[in-house]
Design a protein around this ligand. Sequence first.
Ligand SMILES: [Zn+2]
Length: 1059
Amino acid sequence: MTTSGSRAEFLAVDALGSTSDIKYDRTGGWFVSTRRALLLGLLAIASMVLVGVLVHYLDTCRGLRTGTELISVTEASVATPNTPKDGAESSISAAELRLPKDVTPSHYRLRLEPYLEDADPDGKNFTYNGHVSITIQCHRTTNRVSIHAKNLDIGKDVKVAVAAPRNSGATSETAVRTLANTTPNPITTTPGGLRRKRSLTRNHHRRRQRTVTSTAPPGLPPRVTGCVPEVRKEMYVISVEPSLEPGLTYTLDIPFKGLLKESLYGFYRSSYKDENDTKIWMAPTQFEPTHAREAFPCFDEPAMKARFEISIARRRDDMITLSNMPVRVTEPIEGQPGRVWDHYEITPKMSTYLVAFIVARSDFIPTNDTGATYLNPRSRNTTVPEFRVYARRQLIQTAQYASSIGPRVLDFYGEYFGMPYPLPKLHMAAIPDFSLGAMENWGLLTYRETNLLFDSKSSSMSSKEGVAIVVAHELAHQWFGNLVTMKWWNDLWLNEGFATYMEYLGSDHVEPSWAMIDKFLVYEQQPAMALDGLRSTHPVSTTVDNPSQISEIFDYVSYSKGASLIRMLNNSLTEEVLRKGLTRYLNKWKYSNAEENDLWQVLTEETLVSRESSLPDNVTVRQVMDTWTLQDGYPVLSVTRDYDDGSANLSQTRFTLDNSSSDTTWYIPVSYVTQNEMNDAANSSRRTFPRIWLKKEPTTEVHDLTKNNSYDTWVLFNIYATGYYRVNYDTRNWGLLPAVTRAQLLDDALNLARAGILGYDVALNMTQYLATGENHYVPWTAAFENFKFLDLVLRQTTAYGCFQKYILKTLAAVTESLGFEATTTETQLQSLLRPDILAWLSKMDDPEVVRWAKNLFQLWTTSSKPDTENPVRVDVRGVVYCTAVKTGGTQEWDFVLKRYLAAANRPSESDVLLMSLACSRQEWLIVTLLEKSLESGGEIRLQDVSRLWDNMASRDLTSRVAFRYIQNKWSSIFEKYGKDEYLMGDILHGAISGLSTEFDLTYVREFYRANKGKFSFAERKIEQELEGLELRVGWHNRSYGTVASWLQDHQGGQKVKRE
Ligand SMILES: [Zn+2]
């Protein structure tokens, strides 16, 4: 899954879960209130006790039925607002939150009848009827089967039956056949994906059926005696009599009803407007990590893999459905004229979180190109999967880019991993309302529209890059994640770290001129290190038990740090070892689950047979990687040279932004190059290779690093920053270092200075080279990230004027060479750099840029058709709109708001417009925007709220206004969005990370104290925000003076008052 990122991927937005339930209730649904549900449950249990003897004869959940209402598990009852973190889940032990392993599923027969625009036979739309038959294997005698279900109404006819006899030798396929014939299932199917295998077993099967009855265990067949929701565990417990027995296969039949929710998780509803401005509904899914249980009852843990045989009902003439596999057959539904079943082929064994389906109108259409022609000759013998991109008709033209690169990336991965994509088709669908960036559901990948669709008329170069990156990420998951899955969510980083690492290889393969490999450093590693330098970070591999903890680790640590560790491994073990190891790992664990140690094991084996690998003797990959994945943070390597004898002392210590002491140590692969060696081109490809390992020891000596008396030559460590650590040098070496690997040096130096490890004057001196003609996108991106911090902490000081002048001076040369206008011959990197340069010029109030932007904007406002005729070039729209709103008033803001409301069918444009609204310097307009963002069903799509808030922090003033806003309204915000940890995290980030003074800190601490317990799902986020603010305040006390006088010396201007 793709979540947040510095580019086009954004964090999740949920979840008006409880609100939508309440709404539904009002329209007469069968959901009941929590208290009532619990009361009914208690009554039901009591009545079951009273009629104990009768229970034996009941084979259903009817004990739970009262009148016409069924017990339901509503979201509100799962975690009510105001429930402190400790209250909600701590009383349930970690073990209890996991499903018992007494039974495991092997096959799901799932039928869904959604009513999107029509009412169901009971007169309700936005609901669905479902039925699932699950084949389960019993491993330990038990009379209780626990299964996940959340916000579903489980029907009365829950049944358990024996499906195959003990030791019958029945394969799971034959067991499934038995199921189809012995349960009252109106759909009998010939499983498509396994068609050949099945037809071979059919005759055996007939004979075996007799065996089922003759060898069935003595006594009564199992009957369901109770079916009790365990709401806080998001489970149902089905009791049976007599007990299920090990070695036997059973079928579990569960009818249920569900709601197509407004929240963006589970099976939910999304909408868009067609050509005639009519609202059109569709229903997609988002299951990762723990939302499959909200769509159908299932064993919702990644290691409980099974096959899925899915059928979905729809209107025949104007609707379509999609799922993981191709449709096997479509047939009319008896008694429902005009409606049909789409029966899908059976999936391979897979995890529940990767199941997906979409119900949509027929104007949700595919690209024409099936991708069948993409494969290169060496792949001729492999089966070509059908490759298509789906989008609403109005936007399908913009799917061209994704549909052209997708198959090529898929082919590249097939080669890289040494095995072709295993499913018969691959569809990517652009969903109008989507919480995350994208989701890798096997065979049916779903995306936020802006991450899949690229319209050269309204999307910028960075949007295009975003599409390439996100597509490459999700496709990598088809192997890493889907084929081999982590055993439990603590190893999520393996999935996400690998997909993030691979997205750079995949996008580089299709866009070789984009320097994607170089961008890894500034897109992933440096942002990860910035956050991983906080004390409140967490290890890559971390214990998670409950759903909110699981959601919380979809963060920079799992994605960006995980990817950086894989990159470090690639450079230490060699690419060949990593690749061969991966192929072996995927083959060994395919259709199954693995943990990080399984990967370390195969990699160690590969290093032993490789002549190239540089692992220290008698050290395993696991020993090395445990220091990186089980410990939090990362080291700074300090290099102190002895210039007389040519040696150096290397020492390691944990890097934290508050420079606190720690005795954590790592296995550090150390690469370096001396000035003389740099001229030797022969070895250039091996420069990232470790020449020394620091083996979990605090210090080591390197002799003969340079020739003696090398006073005037430099040594550079951690080449291309392929190691996930920073390097500090003695002051002399810092002074000698040239502008090679500029992005790395800048980021290390400025962060070491920020932490008080290196003098700020040394670090700031390094930024001076930028003014001498640096025009590469990567070092500028690293510089801007660091200037952003200085901008933030200096914003309210007298030194800000000098800072502005210094930045403007620094930007002069690159602005001169790039110009304001794009040329037809420029590189992708130049196209990406220009908007950033212009945005910084605008931020620094450069009069020329402000004038230019205002003129362009003015020209646009005079257009008679501003929604279709826009004189502002796509790539600079962000900076033009923002500058106009920032320097303008209500008129400009209203104009942008109107354009935003009219841009619903141009997702990228709509995104740029919304973010520009936050540039206003008028408090009441910012408050209006915040107010609009939290209005349910209002003008701002729920999926965009997160991103809007996240953006608040980067603007003048907005963070402070946003903080005051949440300070006043926290209770109601928490009540409404408290269950959405992603959104809560972004709201807190937007409101706090733009603050920097002691005064702010007092208020934020007070806010934290007053609302403790009301951050439940975003507890780590608020701690990180608080720590960040403390560091900024601490920075003022420690570094302000040095920085202010440095800026003054390098800028001229007025004497700055020291604070
Ligand atoms: Zn992912």
